[in-house]
Write a protein that binds this ligand. Structure first.
Ligand code: PMP
Length: 383
């Protein structure tokens, strides 16, 4: 049974929350609108004004390897990692800005694939992997690289392994599963922020990808950044972005620089209530508590369990509260959980897209409160 575009349009994606008991609830995408309430409370603190004559040049800083990187944005990124302690940002490391981490992921594939190899480089990730990895890797049928599936069963010496931690879709804390002298890794740390998991140390990998989509919630700014150790790799990633889009929106970089500055300044004022990561952690832990209670009451689903760890950012022991619920349908006779839920007007993403069985679905935990609460009610109505 298909859902029409009009029906989908009543869902959360348009900005008007579904209200009626049988409205369609769309939790297929990881749209981070949970953060809107926080930014509304911040009032005009996050605003910027851009005069008509500004941000006209293609160039931001010609003395920087990444010549389209706005210095103020780079400054706030360094400040942010220093505060949170989730990644090493020493002076030797290059910051490359991208139109979302989606562009940086492609830039990294380009940078890590030898230009003159006889065969495309194999791109792998352990199941369940983020559903965009195979599609984004293969949509242009590149001669440089090719999707090769599950990293756990990959045999070969040359590869690019994508490591997402905490993992989209299942929230697991991950490390590379492969190791070889010719193997490369890209660490996608989109969710390595205190609202989702304990910050157990400063990550120090060759290529690390981050995005504002999941840190501050500004997915629409389409802004991500990569921390890159190797100069040649950083240069090739920059080249990719030059060829692909001749740089990255300066307007977005300046806007996000302001957003990050607001977040960071709030940590310098003692006793401040407006702290993004505390807000996020509170929301996520509350939502996970509600979700676990509903799943238990339903009796037909299960969820992954997570260990607690000491978060060095907050100094507290904390669980992982993933941005997605990785729900398994345990109901007798139901093999396709996505269809089962769609019949109850709950739109989710099938495990198939993540390289596993259709008994699993991924459900966004980042929508607005009204949508999330409707989702919990809907789950409780299922038997
Ligand atoms: N990596 C992961 C693991 C993600 O979940 C997402 C967003 N769904 C992205 C990358 C893409 O982020 P961006 O919006 O910065 O392109």
């Amino acid at each position: 049974e298909m859902v029409s575009a009009e029906e989908i349009s009543v869902s959360s994606t348009t900005g008007s929350p579904p209200t009626s008991k049988d409205a369609i609830i769309n939790l297929d995408h990881g749209d981070p609108t949970v953060y809107e309430a926080f930014w509304k409370r911040m009032g005009e603190r996050g605003d910027i004004v851009l005069p008509g004559w500004q941000t006209m040049s293609y160039f931001s800083d010609v003395s920087n390897l990444c010549w389209f990187l706005e210095p103020e944005f780079a400054h706030q990124v360094r400040r942010l990692h220093s505060l949170v302690g989730n990644a090493v940002v020493d002076d030797g490391r290059f910051i490359i800005v991208g139109t979302g981490s989606t562009q940086l992921f492609q830039a990294a594939l380009y940078a890590l694939s030898p230009p003159d190899a006889a065969e495309p480089m194999s791109v792998v990730s352990a199941i369940p992997y983020y559903s965009s990895y195979p599609t984004v890797t293969d949509y242009l049928r590149s001669g440089l690289y090719r999707w090769a599936g599950d990293a756990s069963t990959f045999e070969g010496d040359a590869y690019i392994e994508l490591v997402c931690s905490p993992n989209n879709p299942d929230g697991s804390i991950r490390e590379a599963v492969l190791s070889s002298k010719n193997g490369k890794t890209i660490h996608d740390l989109a969710y390595y922020w205190p609202q989702y998991t304990a910050i157990t140390g400063a990550a120090d990998h060759d290529i690390m990808l981050f995005t504002v989509s999941k840190s501050t919630g500004h997915a629409g700014a389409r802004l991500g950044w990569a921390l890159v150790k190797d100069k040649d790799v950083a240069q090739r990633m920059t080249k990719f972005i030059e060829l692909n889009t001749i740089g990255v929106s300066k307007d977005s970089q300046l806007r996000v620089a302001k957003i990050l500055k607001v977040v960071l300044d709030m940590y310098e004022l003692p006793g401040n209530k407006h702290r993004l990561f505390e807000y996020g952690r509170r929301q996520m832990s509350m939502r996970w508590r509600k979700l676990r209670a509903a799943v238990k009451a339903s009796g037909i689903f299960s969820l992954p369990e997570f260990q607690s760890s000491l978060c060095r950012f907050t100094g507290e022991e904390t669980e992982t509260y993933p941005a997605f619920a990785w729900l398994k349908c345990e109901k007798e006779g139901v093999e396709d959980c996505e269809s089962f839920l769609r019949n109850h007007k709950l739109l989710t993403r099938s495990g198939r897209h993540f390289g596993v069985e259709a008994k699993y679905v991924r459900i966004s935990m980042l929508d607005r409160d009204e949508t999330f609460d409707l989702f919990i009610q809907r789950l409780l109505s299922l038997r």
